[in-house]
Design a protein around this ligand. Structure first.
Ligand code: LLP
Length: 432
């Protein structure tokens, strides 16, 4: 099977974390996001242990909550000792409501409004990851008004293309996020920040991209970031003590994708960071990473019920399911790869090539095209694997379709609802 938490039982049904997915679909209805809590915890531990071992005791993974944001996730992540990265006051509010320690929350976003800045300070945010000059002035004003000093990390762009690992002069420098190192603007801005009252600039941040399958882009970024830290020290006398290298490790969505040894990747990045710090005679900073997808993606799958199986003579076959782009917009948006299985006949030979279509009034509402699947009958349970990241968090109510629930399988094998299914009443909640 694609991941070790998946299997097939004696009834020929797909299982996750030892539980029969067809039985759980029957219990909770479909569509249903099903998640394996033990797998989330395992990933959190993998990051925390490897980072502490290789970067030192103060290293910290920050769970990037945009991958999946709900109170239960924050509770699990907090119990595992990670920090979190939030990208909106809504995510921060959710973390706060779940009792997440605010000093371990880092507030991102490329356009924080004055209201966002106030809200984050009201909730006691630990760090702002400041994107731009206007935002820094807003943070400074608000902190000064409150008579406090706010810790800030500056987001910079090192100009790395994650798919070539090369530093490039266009493209990745041309980004709506952060301030470019290469143009000299990051250094100019740093000088300005150091004169601002109410702001304590503790470090720098970058995020090179998504779906990285090795440590190359992180190592390339570390080179540029540490050289920049050394330059800041030389030009201003200020020593930055935090290096945040962002998120971006990929996951295996289909058999053709490689699996990633996260601890080994972290070891390689740490070797590079240590070597560059030694070369610049710079003290080893506190290192932060922001994994999102790799913490939750393979802990989740989505269950649907098959409706029609339509073969257009001379063309192709469509299997229609009772969900689609409202619960998983990633194929419609990015043509993302997914593994689709007939969970009710998981040991049967895949004998049909079909396009898996959602129920929206939109021809682009597809989950995957031309996949091999054991021919479903109406009522069979269809599983789409590795949907734990960027599915629920990107879900919408398009066509007034309620969002599915998230059901967790606990480490003891019991199941519980972490997010309940939206009702039609919920859909009307804001209508006056
Ligand atoms: N930190 C920052 C600043 C980010 O922008 C992101 C992702 C992360 C961390 C987490 O990256 P991860 O480890 O999850 O790759 N909606 C897209 C993904 C967008 C990711 C944006 N930023 C998708 O469905 O593939």
């Amino acid at each position: 099977m694609l991941h070790t938490n998946l299997d097939i039982n004696g009834a020929g049904h797909l299982t996750m974390a030892g539980r029969d997915t067809v039985e759980l679909a029957g219990k909770y209805g479909t569509p249903l996001y099903l998640m394996d809590q033990a797998r989330i915890r395992e990933r959190c531990r993998e990051y925390l242990c490897a980072m502490r071992e290789h970067f030192g005791r103060n290293a910290l993974p920050l769970y990037a909550s945009k991958a999946l944001c709900c109170k239960e996730l924050y509770r699990i992540v907090a119990e595992e000792g990670l920090g979190c990265d939030v990208v909106s006051p809504g995510e921060l509010y959710t973390a706060h409501a779940a009792g997440f320690p605010m000093e371990k929350a880092y507030f991102h976003g490329n356009n924080k409004t004055d209201a966002d800045v106030r809200c984050a300070m009201d909730l006691g945010i630990g760090h702002f990851v400041a994107d731009n000059r206007e935002e820094l002035y807003a943070i400074s004003r608000e902190a000064t008004k409150r008579g406090k000093v706010q810790k800030v990390i500056l987001r910079v762009t090192p100009g790395i293309d994650p798919h070539t690992h090369a530093a490039i002069t266009t493209g990745k420098v041309d980004s709506k996020f952060g301030t470019a190192i290469e143009t000299g603007q990051a250094l100019d801005l740093t000088r300005q920040i150091l004169t601002l009252p109410g702001v304590d600039l503790v470090g720098i941040h970058c995020h090179v991209g998504s779906l990285c399958f090795d440590s190359g882009p992180f190592e390339a970024a570390a080179d540029i970031m540490i050289a920049f830290m050394a330059q800041v020290r030389k030009q201003t006398g200020h020593t930055l003590s935090v290096l945040n290298l962002g998120g971006g490790y990929g996951v295996r969505y289909i058999e053709g994708h490689p699996s990633i040894d996260i601890p080994d990747n972290i070891r390689k990045v740490a070797e590079r960071v240590r070597a560059r710090c030694a070369a610049h005679d710079f003290p080893l900073p506190q290192v932060l990473l922001e994994p999102g997808r790799s913490i939750v993606a393979d802990a989740g799958l989505t269950l649907y019920t098959a409706g029609s199986v339509k073969t257009i003579t001379g063309y192709k076959s469509y299997v229609s399911i009772d969900g689609g782009m409202p619960d998983n917009p990633r194929y419609a948006l990015y043509q993302s790869d997914y593994t689709v299985l007939n969970a009710s006949r998981a040991s049967a030979r895949p004998d049909l090539t079909a396009t898996i279509a959602g129920r929206c009034c939109e021809s682009g509402d597809l989950i995957q095209e031309d996949v091999r699947i054991a021919r479903p009958e109406r009522g069979d349970i269809i599983a789409v694997l590795v949907t734990g990241a960027y599915n629920y968090s990107m879900a919408s109510n398009y066509n007034r379709i309620p969002r599915p629930p998230i059901v967790m399988i606990a480490p003891d094998g019991s199941d519980y609802v972490a997010v309940r299914r939206e009702s039609y009443e919920d859909l009307l909640a804001n209508d006056l």
